[in-house]
Design a protein. Structure first.
Length: 115
């Protein structure tokens, strides 16, 4: 089983990440998205947190989730910014872990600023 490393697919956004920015996340996979993922990824994104100084931090909210045959798009609103950590990279790592367990490769990880 081959595991992808986050540094293979993640690149920092080319825009300044600010509080209340809305971004569009696009993920393309080498396999079709499973029904399980279609049902559970939105909840995972809604409830995703990371640890910072013994606290759980919820940095964004999900605006929309659009499943596609080989991946998905998600509209995300950033509600907290951490100047010490790349929260989007931490999120990418956790999404990558999910698909690594399913033996599914992420072919593309793209984030665009919407507003």
């Amino acid at each position: 089983m081959q595991f992808q490393d986050v540094n293979e697919i993640y690149y920092p956004p080319e825009f300044e990440v600010k509080v209340f920015s809305t971004v569009r996340l696009f993920i393309k996979l080498d396999k079709n998205l499973t029904r399980y993922d279609e049902r559970n990824l939105p909840d995972f994104i809604i409830n995703w947190t990371y640890h910072n100084k013994s606290k759980k931090v919820k940095p964004f909210s999900l605006i929309e989730f659009i499943p596609m045959q080989q991946g998905f798009e998600a509209g995300i609103k950033l509600v907290r910014i951490d100047n010490e950590k790349d929260v989007l990279k931490l999120f990418c790592k956790d999404i990558l872990d999910i698909f690594n367990c399913e033996k599914t490769l992420i072919l593309e990880w793209n984030i665009k600023l919407l507003g």
